[in-house]
Design a protein around this ligand. Structure first.
Ligand code: KG4
Ligand code: ZN
Length: 419
């Protein structure tokens, strides 16, 4: 089954073509194309994603991204007979209605779509939530319009299910992947808007066993980075600074101090690990953000040049987040007897989180083996951790094999959609 997938939930415009094979128990996927256009440069100057700007950019770029995605997967076939206005008047009318809120997209749609043959795809998958509603709507209306002119069914996809399924994919195109994931599985989903531990009994059967009570892990990276005057998005910036810090030899001087001197007595750059010992699987990252704020205020009051210590502070912020995420995940793996651990979401790109999670799984393996439980770790390739349509196509396949098709008229953006 060939799926054309559309993702516009936040600040990435993406269209992919994915081929899914196999039953729900052992699906396999081939990514035929996965074109992603990031809007980060546009939102950067505002320090975060501006929903209406994201909407406009999706509207402006979707057709070009679709064209590229079709071309890359060799699904682009020109319709030589066609003229620009070959859509029948009643079809035009209906299309105008579907895309009435996206005039820019409609204009490009009418110029491009009649010039190509309907691609040989079986279904269209689109993200309906969670995410920014104005942004989600563009993708949904685009999917409706394509489904209408090409006469294809639509599957509605939960963005977070996409992040889970991303662990089944390989980013190099054309590589055939078939992974039979042992269940129950436990997914740690960490992105700009979510921090969740999800227990998965089988594909489609998700139970959130813990989540953040305030800020998400990615949000904490982004907000503390902002305090340190690092650009948006903060996660990769903090990771880069922390990596520099780890590379410093002990004698390298920062602001007149060696690392050894600093660590020993100069500044006790130590942040809390909120809720690390709580009995549940919930998280809280706003306390870490506030603790960082107070620490920086205190340093300023002591006339300490924060810039000199940014790498060290970043290392501590990252480690505090990683410590909590790993501790809760391993605890849940033991309690629920998980046979697979899945990492997903933008923060899953974090190298330290990936490396330290691998170590933690190895270390706890002895404990787990005693109960006859071997736990495998599924890490999505770094390219597929952040938002992309390939993961939406794969999650869409899981719906489509169950014939779980949407009624186009009832499709709506659901900003707070849960798993
Ligand atoms: O999944 P995603 O692309 O978008 C959402 O659905 O939110 O995640 C974006 C988040 C941002 O908060 C960003 O700072 C964070 O993922 N992120 C990282 C890294 N790369 C992206 N956080 C830590 N380390 C990274 N290397
Ligand atoms: Zn995401």
């Amino acid at each position: 089954m060939k799926i054309l997938a559309i993702e516009t939930s936040c600040d990435e415009t993406s269209v992919a073509i994915v081929e899914g094979k196999g039953k729900l128990e052992n699906p396999s996927f081939e990514i035929l194309s996965n074109v992603v256009l990031s809007q980060i440069k546009i939102h950067k100057k505002w320090g975060g994603v501006v929903p209406m700007m994201a909407k406009r950019e999706h509207s402006k770029n979707l057709i070009a991204i679709l064209e590229k995605s079709l071309r890359k997967s060799s699904f682009l076939k020109l319709n030589l007979k066609s003229q620009i206005s070959n859509l029948k008047p009643e079809k035009q009318k209906r299309l105008n209605k579907i895309l009435e809120r996206e005039p820019e997209l409609l204009e490009r749609f009418l110029k491009f779509i009649p010039t190509i043959k309907p691609p040989k795809i079986d279904v269209i998958a689109v993200t309906i939530g969670p995410g920014l509603e104005p942004a989600l709507w563009v993708g949904i209306n685009f999917a409706k319009a394509l489904a209408f002119v090409w006469n294809k069914p639509i599957v509605a996809v939960n963005h977070m299910e996409g992040h889970i399924v991303a662990s089944l994919l390989k980013s190099n195109l054309k590589s055939q992947i078939s992974k039979i994931m042992p269940f129950p599985a436990l997914a740690l989903l960490v992105s700009g808007g979510h921090t969740e531990l999800v227990l998965i009994k089988k594909w489609g059967d998700y139970k959130i066993i813990g989540q953040t009570r305030d800020d998400a892990a990615g949000e904490c990276f982004d907000k503390t980075a902002r305090m340190l005057e690092l650009p948006y998005p903060g996660g990769p910036q903090i990771a880069k600074q922390a990596e520099n810090f780890k590379k410093y030899p002990l004698t390298f001087r920062m602001g007149g101090w060696t690392r050894r001197e600093m660590e020993k007595e100069a500044f006790n750059i130590k942040l809390p690990r909120p809720m690390i010992d709580s009995r549940d699987y919930d998280f809280s990252f706003s306390g870490l953000k506030t603790a960082t704020l107070y620490m920086l205020r205190d340093m300023k009051e002591r006339y300490i040049n924060i810039g000199d210590f940014t790498p060290m502070i970043c290392n501590e912020i990252q480690q505090a987040i990683v410590d909590v995420l790993i501790a809760k995940t391993i605890k849940a793996v033991k309690e629920f007897g998980a046979k697979s651990i899945i990492l997903g979401g933008g923060v899953a790109a974090n190298k330290e989180l990936r490396m330290q999670m691998k170590k933690a799984v190895l270390m706890s393996r002895r404990d787990l083996d005693i109960r006859g439980q071997t736990t495998a770790l599924y890490l999505p390739s770094a390219k597929l951790t952040t938002d992309n349509a390939a993961m939406i196509g794969a999650a869409g396949y899981l719906r489509a094999v169950n014939k779980d098709f949407a009624e186009p008229e009832k499709l709506e953006a659901q900003g707070n959609l849960g798993l």
